[in-house]
Ligand binder design. Sequence first.
Ligand code: GDP
Length: 304
Amino acid sequence: ETLDKGLEKSKSSFFSKMSKAVAGKSRVDDEVLDDLEDVLVSSDVGVATTIKIINRIEDRVARDKYMGTDELNKILREEIAGLLSETNSGEAAEIQIPNTATPHVIMVVGVNGVGKTTTIGKLAHQFKNSGKNVILGAADTFRAAAIDQLQIWAERTDVPIVKQSMGSDPASVAFDTVQSAVKQKADVVLIDTAGRLHNKINLMKELTKVKRVMQKVIPDAPHEVLLVLDGSTGQNAFEQAKQFTAATEVTSLAVTKLDGTAKGGVVIGISDQFQIPVKYIGVGEGVEDLQVFNKYEFVDSFFK
Ligand code: GDP
């Protein structure tokens, strides 16, 4: 219900465009497929994934000889759910915190402004509500505002935070955080990192160093690298995914701001192109506005 509300913009726009594409048509022909292609591309599904979807539908049209436009919704839905299933197996995708003595370390990456800090705050809230001890590490030391923002979220969610002054070494903050997590027997560690993309080599070096230093305390850390992308930025989100996956191994995605965009298709395209599961979607600014990604609900919210 909240998902539907959060995704209203994506849904209504995709749907109205779809209806226009099939208006006055009784069967799926080349023109309908061309229009559908436009709808998918303009919904930010991305060209490569759009072509994949169109090809699959063309195959089905060729096989079945005749396809009514009323069947198109159903088939499109199946194909999109099928694509998402390739990277998002299972019903719900949330990050699982194992019941071990070692804290589960989640390193959160993404460029400034995408909603990284907000997502960390929302995650801290969710993990805490499920009975986990959470600790935050303010390793984005390049902006004072980043440290302050994370501090605000720590207070709001009532979880401890490890920080140093602005300009200090991010790896040193990360080290302190995991060390203190082990000492406090924390279950989950959320490490914020700096999201400067202007220098790819530096980004890679920095993330590698943060990882290496954490591994001195917990050899298999980080257990999860969560890339946060702003779902309203379309092609920029694709570009960021490209750069971050080149800089470090990304294990999961959170796509934010899907409440404010008519372009939720980015979720489908990025998940398909990078073969990384989408685990969370952000649908607002509040602490509760982070949803565990459910591919069936997501697809349904487009086609209901
Ligand atoms: P960071 O620089 O990546 O850490 O970004 P912030 O977490 O500070 O978020 C930047 C802005 O986006 C803030 O105003 C947030 O309230 C807002 N924001 C974050 N996530 C969402 C979301 O899912 N929906 C909406 N509407 N706003 C969001």
